[in-house]
Design a protein around this ligand. Structure first.
Ligand SMILES: NC(=O)c1ccc[n+]([C@@H]2O[C@H](COP(=O)([O-])OP(=O)(O)OC[C@H]3O[C@@H](n4cnc5c(N)ncnc54)[C@H](O)[C@@H]3O)[C@@H](O)[C@H]2O)c1
Length: 273
């Protein structure tokens, strides 16, 4: 089969300009290629430079991919993104990765209302609005959604209360969509990363001492990479996951397995058992 005869695999990734979004774009394109499909991507981010880096990282898999600059805090962005997807993908969307996210760094008693609203707009509302506008294209393709939630969706994470609450909203949105859109043939799942070294967390993990301290509390004893998360996103978006919907897969080296081992010191070499 020549390259032009291959079926298209249409993929939309938000927050595609760095970290997990970039790695997901690369992994999804590579796994489409392995299945003999031709990846076509729409890469969305607020920052232009990051998107050109992702096109570079895609290499020959970039093919006919396009980029779009959009601020997901703006409600109108979702419609613009869906219209771009419709034009670029001829009305069929196989994979929507709702990945863009932001941290809100303040304890609840000091958190400003604007910051709460922006965090919810980017982390939760945008995922709903984009999915809603893309629903006809997802239905036409019998496609799927994978959203990047967080361990913080199920674990309080001081001082990021607005972040945790917004990710919990995202988690339930995706479960709700799985239930409502299952009959349309649309699968909806989440990944919940734990401690992953990306732009968002670079200030902590580029410091060797802090990195080692955090890693001590992870059963697998290392900070995760964007690729660790991207591989699970690619699995959930693949035909191998054809009967999987409404789930959240923790990609966290085992952190979510329990609080008690950490409290009792079992995660620390030589700690109490
Ligand atoms: N790094 C971690 O440890 C970790 C853990 C759990 C969940 N996550 C989630 O993973 C996702 C990806 O984050 P990452 O770790 O790769 O960080 P990152 O900072 O490398 O990537 C986030 C991307 O989202 C984009 N973005 C942020 N706000 C946006 C907006 N308003 N409009 C459009 N794009 C916007 C950024 O420009 C950036 O390219 C986020 O949803 C984050 O909450 C990360």
């Amino acid at each position: 089969m020549s390259v032009s005869d291959r079926p298209n695999r249409t993929i939309l990734v938000t927050g595609a300009g760095s970290g997990i979004g970039r790695a997901a774009a690369v992994a999804l394109a590579a796994s489409a290629r392995v299945r003999g499909e031709r990846p076509r991507l729409l890469l969305v981010d607020r920052i232009e430079d990051g998107l050109s880096g992702t096109i570079e990282a895609l290499g020959e898999n970039a093919g006919a991919s396009v980029t779009l600059i959009a601020d997901l805090a703006e409600a109108d962005s979702a419609r613009a993104i869906a219209e771009a997807a419709d034009r670029h993908f001829d009305g069929r969307l196989d994979v929507l990765v709702n990945n863009a996210g932001m941290l809100a760094n303040a304890p609840l008693e000091l958190l400003e209302t604007d910051m709460w609203d922006r965090t919810f707009a980017v982390n939760a509302r945008a995922a709903w609005l984009i999915a809603r506008h893309c629903h006809p294209m997802l239905k036409a393709a019998q496609g799927c959604i994978v959203a990047t939630a967080s361990l913080s969706a199920t674990q309080p994470t001081p001082p990021h209360g607005a972040y945790s609450a917004s990710k919990a909203a995202l988690l339930m949105l995706i479960r709700q969509a799985a239930y409502e859109w299952g009959p349309d043939g649309i699968r909806c799942n989440c990944v919940s990363p734990g401690m992953i070294h990306t732009g968002m967390s670079d200030a902590v993990y580029s410091d060797p001492a802090k990195r080692a301290e955090r890693a001590r509390h992870i059963p697998l004893r290392r900070i995760g990479s964007p690729e660790d998360v991207a591989r699970v996103i690619a699995f959930l978006a693949s035909p191998e996951a054809a009967y999987v919907t409404g789930v959240d897969i923790a990609v966290d080296g085992g952190v979510a397995t329990g609080l008690m081992p950490t409290l009792r010191g079992a995660s620390v070499p030589g700690g109490e058992r």
